[in-house]
Design a protein around this ligand. Structure first.
Ligand code: UD1
Length: 437
């Protein structure tokens, strides 16, 4: 396995460049299944999740090629003849569940494995299933699989209210509805920029969709969608992560430039909270420049659906609070149990306690390097961030979580002044004990 070794203390100097969005690339890939022909997506990040989803799509019949050098993905969906997403692949990545909507939209039938557990506690897919039923699908759950079919080979369309609002369910229902016989309505729909860009791509393919970016999306089904070429958006979570790294690991007073991100996609709440910490931040259409202050103010945050504070940035915010002058809290209202990074950050000396869905961070404790383990993507990057500002050396184990969502993180950080490299290591497991009866 690989680990990242970070020698703390060398300042982040920039510039850093943001790649294409993982969470937008995946639904864009699913959208291409709806058109018979070859579609192209540019600015696709070279990530493990993109490769996993390419394999999921290949199982259904299409040919997928990825040119990592140009970040271009070519999907030939002339043939979709095996409408199945198997457990072996879906268990690796929950977003594979987008195959439910894509296959229902294209074939009117789908057999898609239920995703199973997640490191942050339960993440149900009940809304995806109930919504698809409301649009006319007949669904049975058999041996861990969702077996869905549309009578007559095509969904009717219908109306469904998401409670709570869900990014994944909005995407799945859009995929199902755009080729339905009739009209559909999604209430309390997700307004995340990832959903908006995905909906725009569907429109480019010929779909009729109104209300993108609002909480009510209306769709009029069409008979046919055309293959097309589209450009993926920059990764807003990668942008936010680099902003937080600049606020904590740069030399105070020395600006760090972050390039090619779209700051509007961060949501106003994150930007307001960030400014409140005392950092100086300048936004242009192409760049975000962050200057770290001598002292960071402790600012409490609460995650919420877009344009609220993104749950995918709360672990990184926790590390910022470790440097602030005072106490503040991080509350996750979307995932109650998303605090697996906390015991690892405690190993580095950070003073945090968790009660319910709130972590309280007492800033100012010395942070010292140690071995820590990443448990998921954003938890993993928060450990790298903490390693950058720790005294001594931090070994972040199980880097494969980071490889799911950050392309060449260590290369980008090294070029920006951070002392970081990747090493192979072996994880020893306790030999199973023989039971003596
Ligand atoms: C997406 C993102 C993930 C991000 C999350 C919230 C991708 C690939 N992943 O995940 O990085 O952290 O949005 O911004 O884009 N829920 C239900 N039933 C359902 C579906 C969801 O109760 O059927 C609940 C979830 O448990 C959660 C809330 O709805 O509390 C929002 O989850 P959702 O927006 O669906 O997250 P994902 O699409 O899985």
């Amino acid at each position: 396995m690989d680990k990242l070794v970070v020698h703390g203390g060398s300042p982040l100097d920039g510039p850093l460049t943001v790649g294409g969005s993982k969470n937008t690339a995946l639904p864009l890939m699913a959208a291409t299944l709806l058109a018979e022909g070859t579609s192209r997506i540019t600015n696709v990040p070279d990530l493990r999740d993109v490769r996993t989803f390419s394999n999921v799509i290949r199982v259904a019949g299409p040919a997928v090629t990825f040119d990592a050098g140009t970040h271009t993905l070519t999907l030939d969906a002339a043939t979709v003849n095996h409408p199945v997403a198997p457990y072996e692949l879906v268990k690796k990545m929950r977003a594979s569940f987008y195959m439910l909507g894509a296959l229902m939209g294209r074939c009117g039938e789908a057999k898609v494995s239920l995703p199973g557990g997640c490191a942050w506690g339960p993440r149900p897919v009940d809304l995806h299933i109930k919504g698809m039923e409301a649009f006319g699908a007949e669904i049975e759950l058999e041996e861990g699989y969702v077996q869905a079919s549309a009578p007559g080979g095509r969904l009717d369309g219908g109306s469904f209210r998401l409670e709570p609002s869900s990014v994944g369910a909005t995407i799945n229902l859009l995929l199902g509805a755009v080729r339905a016989r009739g009209g559909s309505r999604i209430e309390n729909a997700a307004r995340e920029p990832d959903v908006v860009r995905f909906g725009e791509a569907l429109r480019d393919m010929g779909a009729q969709i109104d209300g993108l970016g609002t909480d009510t999306i209306e769709i009029q089904g069409v008979d046919r969608l055309e293959p097309t070429s589209f450009r993926n958006t920059p990764d807003r979570i990668e942008l936010g992560t680099y902003m937080l790294m600049a606020a904590t690991a740069a030399e105070p007073g020395r600006p760090v430039e972050i390039r090619e991100g779209t700051h509007e996609h961060l949501g106003q709440d994150f930007k307001d909270c960030f400014a409140e910490t005392g950092v100086d931040v300048e936004y242009t259409p192409e760049t975000v420049t962050v200057t770290r202050p001598e002292h960071l103010r402790p600012v409490s945050i609460e995650t919420a659906p877009y344009p609220g504070f993104p749950t995918d940035l709360q672990a990184q915010w926790t590390v910022l609070l470790a440097l602030a002058d005072g106490t503040a809290t991080v509350t996750d209202t979307i995932y109650d149990d998303r605090f697996k990074h906390v015991p690892e950050l405690q190993r580095l000396g950070i003073d945090i306690s968790v009660e319910g869905n709130t972590a309280t961070v007492e800033g100012g404790n010395p942070i010292k390097g140690a071995q820590v383990m990443s448990t998921d993507l954003r938890a993993g990057v928060s450990l790298v961030m903490a390693g950058m500002i720790a005294d001594g050396t931090t070994h972040v184990l199980r880097v494969y979580h980071l490889d799911r969502g950050y392309e060449d993180l260590e290369g980008k950080l090294r070029r920006a002044g951070i002392d970081i490299h990747r090493e192979e290591y072996e994880e020893f497991e306790e030999p199973a004990r023989e039971t003596v009866s």
